[in-house]
Design a protein around this ligand. Structure first.
Ligand SMILES: N=c1c2ncn([C@@H]3O[C@H](COP(=O)(O)OP(=O)(O)OP(=O)(O)O)[C@@H](O)[C@H]3O)c2ncn1[C@@H]1O[C@H](COP(=O)(O)O)[C@@H](O)[C@H]1O
Length: 114
């Protein structure tokens, strides 16, 4: 892979975000994303909470395969919520990048000087 190529994981999330945006106003009878958006923000938020709980349960019962599935459901529903709120996923990634920079600086500051 060339240095400038987008990593697979980022491509996956970008593709999913585009699909969610495209499906938001589709027919709720043929699209789960459209069905959720038609029900509104409280329903999307409720589903996100349910998926988070299911992920926690899978982790606590040590079912790794189930946890992978629940984690995918959780990320998917988070992306539907962000889409409904008009927040690009890139903003979340930028916030994570910013924190990485902040903690990197804090780490350096806590190290004794040479
Ligand atoms: N990644 C997902 C995805 N993950 C989970 N789900 C759905 O999320 C739901 C969660 O399971 P539940 O049992 O809690 O849901 P449910 O009982 O059907 O839902 P409710 O009646 O409670 O609302 C299931 O219906 C899953 O099919 C998803 N649905 C869609 N996608 C992606 O979104 C794209 C667009 O989907 P459509 O909008 O359906 O075209 C698809 O191509 C996929 O890439």
């Amino acid at each position: 892979m060339s240095q400038s190529a987008t990593p697979i994981s980022a491509q996956t999330l970008a593709r999913l975000e585009a699909t969610i945006a495209e499906r938001a106003a589709a027919d709720p009878h043929s699209s789960y994303v459209a069905k959720l958006n038609a029900k509104g923000l409280p329903k999307i938020a409720q589903k996100l909470g349910e998926e988070a709980t299911e992920a926690v349960i899978a982790a606590l019962v040590e079912d790794k395969a189930a946890l992978v599935g629940e984690a995918a459901d959780l990320i998917f529903h988070l992306m539907v919520l962000l889409g409904n709120k008009g927040i690009p996923f890139a903003e979340v990634l930028a916030e994570l990048d910013r924190r990485e920079g902040v903690s990197g600086i804090a780490e350096k500051a806590s190290r004794p000087a040479d």
